[in-house]
Structure formats: structure tokens, C-alpha cells
Design a protein around this ligand. Sequence first.
Ligand SMILES: Cc1ncc(C[n+]2csc(CCOP(=O)(O)OP(=O)(O)O)c2C)c(N)n1
Ligand code: SF4
Ligand SMILES: [Mg+2]
Length: 350
Amino acid sequence: MSYKIPGFRHPNLPQNKLGFTTKDYEGAVSTLCAGCGHDSISAAIVEACFEMSIEPHKVAKMSGIGCSSKTPTYFLGNSHGFNTVHGRMPSVATGANMANRDLLYIGVSGDGDTASIGMGQFVHAVRRNVNMIYIVENNGVYGLTKGQDSATTDVGSKSKKGEPNALEPIDLCSIALQLGATFVANAFSGDKPQLVPLIQAAIAHKGFAFLNVISPCVTFNNVPGSTKSYDYIRQHMASSNTVDFVPHAEEITTEYEEGSSKNVTMHDGSVINLQKMDPKLDIHSRRSALALIKDYNAEGKVLTGLLFVDPDSQEIHDAMNTTATPLRELAERQLCPGTAQLEKINQALR
Ligand SMILES: Cc1ncc(C[n+]2csc(CCOP(=O)(O)OP(=O)(O)O)c2C)c(N)n1
Ligand code: SF4
Ligand SMILES: [Mg+2]
């Protein structure tokens, strides 16, 4: 119960453009272990949505199974939600998005949920460029089922009760880049100043926005020897850039040092300002991101920040030329072509 303490009214809380306070973006009291990284990610989602004045009823929270997949209960309590089956969130999110593109889809998954049982589903959501934000709360362990190694556990990493892991891990950012994800970022749950603008940029992105967030499991994988512990990540984390998100219609007011900063304008007019860029990173080149992840990895470092973005990406609705109207709003007149038209189609097939 580390994230939200229930209840008093705070009349002086700041309000956003909609007149809502952060309270309006919170959810039920968390039942996760005190100190779990996942709760920090929930808090960052709350802050990001509050600051962007997102209408809670225009959000659909999607998840699979795991401690991570439980978290949508603990944020955006006034939004829609679908807690699916283990590893099956991507197909349910794809279906929902195809039926109604008017909602903001926030998918939350775990390393087990995505990199093992859900891998087949994940790759197709990326390939289809479904317009959603997809967060993997990556603790390198199956938290909910009490501490087995996952497919993202590093070689030699040791969880609380385990032997050092012998198998090569799957790097989800690299996989997402190779599959064509149009927005890829890596972050740490303990670095809120970096995480909140990354979530906001992912929300503003049109297409599949992938966010891998290293999120320590304090109960099973926060011991010396684990490469997903708080201490290890704090000591080995390196930033490719620091990120400022400037919403549409707001001016960039901060002055940045020349040469160390870059603006990326998103399709809705908002701007991601990247500062202190690693000069080796070209934010619009998959190759450069893939190479840099490998370089940092070889030095034993964990590269964080925005790694790749295609601001002109064509999401699945663009590619398939589907109707902009949510299917539930289509009347029979629009759905049924009529007898004459049907006869024409049938003739063409004979
Ligand atoms: C079909 C199916 N297989 C196995 C399980 C058991 N199971 C539940 S959660 C989980 C792993 C969760 O790990 P992860 O996605 O990393 O989430 P975490 O708890 O670490 O946040 C497993 C194997 C299940 N619920 N359903
Ligand atoms: S078991 Fe681990 S992942 Fe699950 S709530 Fe506890 S600390 Fe978080
Ligand atoms: Mg996990």
C-alpha cells in the first residue's frame, strides 16, 4: 500500500484545464508491496494525464496478468479498463482500437506478460502500429507467481532465492525497434522527472509507443547480484537524453544550450525537447538506437531516455483506411450496402 493513502478532500489542490485535480486521476488503493517500482509508474501516469488535461472517460486501460497488469486498478479510476488474460492484452487492445479510435489506449504489461507468453501478440501489435502507449513494467522476474526468472533477466543476475541466470535476456527495446515500433523509450521507475515527460510524449505519439520501464520488485528481485535492483540501476543508468514535453499551443520558454538540444514536433503540434543528447544518437534512426543500446550494454550500462521516434508515422487506421466513426455509432444504413449493391458484389465474385 505504498502509493495512495485514501481520502481527505484537498480544496486547494491545483486544477488542470478541465478543472480536475490529481485526485480525479487516481484509482483504488494499491495492494502491491510497499516500495514496488510499479506503484511509481502508476503515480507517473497520474501526473502525466493530469498535466495533459486528459479526459478520464476518453481513456481505455488495457492489461494482461501479473502485479504490473494489476496496476490499472490503481490509476485513472474514472476511465475504462480491461484486465485481459496473461499475454493477451495486445490483441484485445488492437480489437478495441479498431472498433473505436476515439479513446486513448494505455496498455500496461510485465516482462513475463510481454516477453514470454505474450510475445506472439506483442510483435503483431508493434507490426500493425496500433495507436496506443504500451508500457512494460520490467522487473526481470515473475513477481505475482513469486520470483521465477523471466525472459528479460540478465545473464548472471541473481534473484532472492535463485541461482545466477544462465540464459541470454531478450532486450525489449531492441525487439521493438527491429519490428518497426514508431516510438521507443527506456526508463526507470525511480526517475520520475524523466518518466513523466516520456509518458506524455508517448501519449502524443500517433502509432505504437513502446515504453520499457525498469521497475524493481522489492520482494523477489532487489538483492545484491540482481541487475534489476534499485541499487544496480541507480549505479549503471545512463541517459541518452533528458526530455521536456511541451504540449500543443504552449511556448517553449526554457533556453537550451546550442548543440546539446533538439526539438521533435509531433503530429498534434506538441513538441518533445531533448536535451543533453548523446551525440552518437540520431533519434530518427533505428540503426543508431540499436547500436547505442549494444554499446552501453557492452560497458555494463543501462541506456535510458527516448531512443527513437518517427513523428510522421502512419498508424493502422491510416494504413487500412478505416472509418473514423466508432463502430457503435454506425447505423444500419451505413453498415448494410443494400440489395442492389450486394448483388453487384456477388456478381463480381462469380
Ligand atoms: C495462461 C496463464 N499462464 C500462467 C499464469 C500464471 N502467471 C500469472 S502472472 C505470471 C507472470 C507475471 O510476470 P510479469 O508479467 O513479469 O508481471 P509481474 O508480476 O512481475 O509484474 C504468470 C506466469 C496465468 N495467470 N495464466
Ligand atoms: S511481488 Fe514484486 S512486483 Fe509484485 S507487488 Fe511485490 S514488489 Fe511488486
Ligand atoms: Mg515481471
